[in-house]
Design a protein around this ligand. Structure first.
Ligand code: FE2
Length: 230
């Protein structure tokens, strides 16, 4: 799959931006919501716990969140799976104990005009590394593992690909400092666009086409991510 409305997608692209749109009280409300929401996934192997932001648990917060995003993003729509009652989820809470691999969250529908990814950390630990390279296919996990490359994704699961690779060796110092959980040969041709160090109170706004991964730190990270489209 390749995105059809590429021009439109590229027109809306911009450098990553950190904003402080939520007050301490609002961050606390978001955190409290996380604890009362039902569990969506607990993947023991990957040690990841996910919960979708289902609307109507805290209607006041639903409204605050939607509108504050609108202040920074302009017109946008949520681009996540829908609940059983057909309502958009407002985001995905993600609690992980081991770093996420190299991937892109470019979506699963070629007709979607993918827009920004909004990341709000709820723990001040670790980093997300964004690379300059962009990807306009389906959401993909990048790997050089031959066995892994044979993986056939089900609907909603990432493709596997090694088509992100280029010729230039990746910076060995950066690899040593941030990315030891990733084979350096899987980073060939990539350059870092931004290292985002997680801090509670920040919100990071970044294009969905950027290839990214977590830094190689083993400690619990909890954050909220919202994928948007135009
Ligand atoms: Fe991601």
């Amino acid at each position: 799959m390749k995105h059809i409305y590429l021009d439109e997608i590229k027109k809306n692209e911009s450098p990553p931006k950190i904003v402080n749109i939520f007050s301490q009280k609002e961050i606390k409300m978001i955190e409290e919501l996380y604890y009362i929401l039902p569990e969506s996934t607990f993947n023991k192997k990957q040690n990841v716990r996910k919960k979708s932001w289902v609307q109507n648990y805290n209607k006041e917060l639903d409204q605050i969140y939607f509108n504050k995003l609108k202040d920074v993003l302009g017109d946008y729509k949520m681009d996540s799976l829908k609940s059983e009652t057909g309502e958009n989820y407002y985001g995905l809470f993600h609690e992980s104990f081991s770093p996420l691999p190299l991937h892109v969250d470019s979506g699963f529908d070629e007709k979607t005009i993918i827009y920004k990814q909004v990341i709000t950390p709820l723990s001040s630990f670790g980093d997300t590394i964004f690379f300059k390279k962009r990807w306009y296919g389906r959401s993909t996990t990048f790997t050089i593992d031959k066995k892994e490359l044979k993986f056939k994704p089900k609907p909603g699961q990432n493709d596997r690909s090694c088509d992100h690779l280029g010729d230039k060796n990746f910076d060995t110092q950066m690899h040593q400092k941030y990315l030891t959980h990733i084979d350096i040969n899987n980073l060939k041709g990539l350059e870092i666009e931004m290292i985002y160090n997680w801090k509670v109170g920040d919100t990071l706004i970044v294009d969905r086409s950027h290839i990214h991964c977590a830094s190689s730190i083993d400690q619990k990270k909890l954050g909220l991510t919202t994928f948007t489209k135009k």
